[in-house]
Ligand binder design. Structure first.
Ligand code: PA5
Length: 443
């Protein structure tokens, strides 16, 4: 089975008949999504993407990835939000958090820039590149986002200085709109190879487009497997409401009605930290609007059990957890016996670290459920490329259904503009003069 839903963490909180009663509404939400008749329906290109993707471009992605691997020790991936999180989540999901130190042979180190406005971070990255050969993948659908634009100026200059303008054009790959925007224009003027962010796919739903696929492929992630996993999730989670994406959306909605206004996506392996970051963007940008929504966050156990675990067990009863448990670790380690047993661990001698992790998972689940935090649990066999693709599509589909159940447009993000307007005004950008005066008067 691709993924298993376990309901034991919900026994006191959600009854079978409540799930049954929710079905008609879930069906309406799903039909609205699948018939492309709901709000934001011009952004549903991701729905059939695992089948209907551009094969010619897919082949070009593999060629470009091969060129990057051949010519670069370091790949700098520049982008923010939906133009960044999916690729990083994939690379770490498949290879672990320490990809750059123990990456597969022949792959470049991969660093992400343009996802913050820290000069220290940028300077550190420049130092990391040093004298080594590097390539750049700059990703921006709009082509005008401030954070990646600043980072791209710096790394483009570095690239041109090192390789000349002609050489740089062989090393810069731009992923952007197919015809509009500043980045597209620059790429055409300079002769960079370009890849397309489709018009009908929003940033946070773009992992399975060149946005995510080119950095993944460069890092040696098998993108054929990613697409196969996504295709399987598409087949398994459609038409009826008897599938996991619909059930998950129903459970979120039921728990929300019962006052659970925060969801924590829990993992038990640092390889999934960035997957949690990707999920946070997906759900918060999709549902957090019109003064509605479940606040989606993530936690990394057992690490966070030693910090926020206290609150989850005992604090305000406003949350539920969705646990993503991976059954088989990438590699195993066995606990050895020690003669003196000073740390008292000999009772675990011969057991695997994953066995201990699994007991931490089970014990935590029961403790949290007893403490008033319901748990939805999904189990998968492995954190590989196939399961990454599966999970991406699964959460996207569940998010679409869930957004319509909530009564919002899950495919826009009007709220993210507010900070940008203020920042532009305070920076003195042309056209924002009035706002600048008004804001400065308030500070
Ligand atoms: O989901 C979204 O649309 C956003 O998070 C964008 O991906 C993010 O703001 C980056 O935008 P762009 O790709 O236009 O630079």
């Amino acid at each position: 089975m691709s993924m298993e839903l376990k309901m034991s963490g919900l026994w006191r909180y959600v009854q079978d008949d409540e799930i049954h009663d929710a079905e008609p509404l879930v069906k309406v939400a799903q039909d609205t999504l699948e018939s492309c008749k709901g709000a934001g329906n011009d952004f549903l290109g991701w729905l059939d993407l695992p089948e209907n993707y551009d094969r010619e471009e897919f082949a070009r992605i593999k060629q470009a990835a091969e060129k990057i691997r051949r010519t670069a020790d370091v790949l700098i991936v520049i982008g923010i939000g939906g133009s960044y999180l999916g690729a990083r989540a994939a690379i770490e999901f498949v290879n672990g958090q320490m990809y750059n130190q123990i990456r597969p042979e022949g792959t470049p180190e991969v660093y992400f820039a343009g996802n913050n406005i820290s000069s220290s971070y940028l300077n550190d990255l420049v130092k990391i590149v040093g004298d080594r050969d590097f390539c750049i993948n700059v990703i921006s659908k709009s082509g005008t986002t401030t954070e990646p634009a600043i980072a791209f100026r710096i790394f483009k200059e570095l690239c041109e200085k090192k390789y000349g303008r002609e050489g740089a054009k062989e090393r810069i790959f731009a992923t952007t709109d197919k015809e509009r925007g500043a980045l597209k224009q620059l790429a055409d003027d300079e002769g960079y190879e370009t890849f397309v962010v489709p018009d009908d796919i929003g940033g946070r739903f773009s992992v399975l487009t060149p946005v995510g696929l080119l950095p993944m492929a460069a890092a040696g992630v098998n993108i054929d497997e990613v697409m196969k996993g996504a295709a399987q999730a598409r087949i398994e989670n459609r038409h009826t409401t008897d599938h996991l994406a619909a059930k998950y959306a129903a459970l979120r909605s039921i728990l929300h009605r019962k006052g659970k206004s925060m969801e924590i996506l829990v993992n038990y392996d640092p390889a999934l930290v960035m997957f949690g970051e990707w999920y946070k963007q997906l759900f918060n940008e999709s549902e957090g609007k019109d003064h509605k929504g479940i606040f989606a966050t993530s936690a990394n156990f057992s690490t966070d059990l030693h910090s926020i675990g206290q609150f989850i067990q005992d604090g305000t009863r406003m949350m539920f957890e969705t646990v993503l448990w991976v059954r088989e670790p990438r590699s195993e380690s066995i606990i050895k016996e020690e003669k003196d047993d000073i740390d008292g661990l000999n009772y675990l001698a011969g057991k695997s670290v994953q066995f201990v992790n699994s007991k931490a998972y089970q014990g935590t689940l029961l403790a949290h459920v007893d403490g008033g935090t319901p748990n939805i649990v999904f189990e998968i066999d492995r954190a590989d490329a196939w399961h990454f693709g599966y999970l991406v599509y699964f959460f996207e589909k569940a998010c679409g259904i869930s957004g319509y159940l909530l009564g919002v447009n899950p495919f826009d993000q009007p709220g993210v503009e507010a900070y940008k307007k203020n920042m532009f005004a305070l920076l003195g950008k042309k056209g924002y003069e009035q706002r600048k005066k008004y804001l400065e008067g308030r500070m």
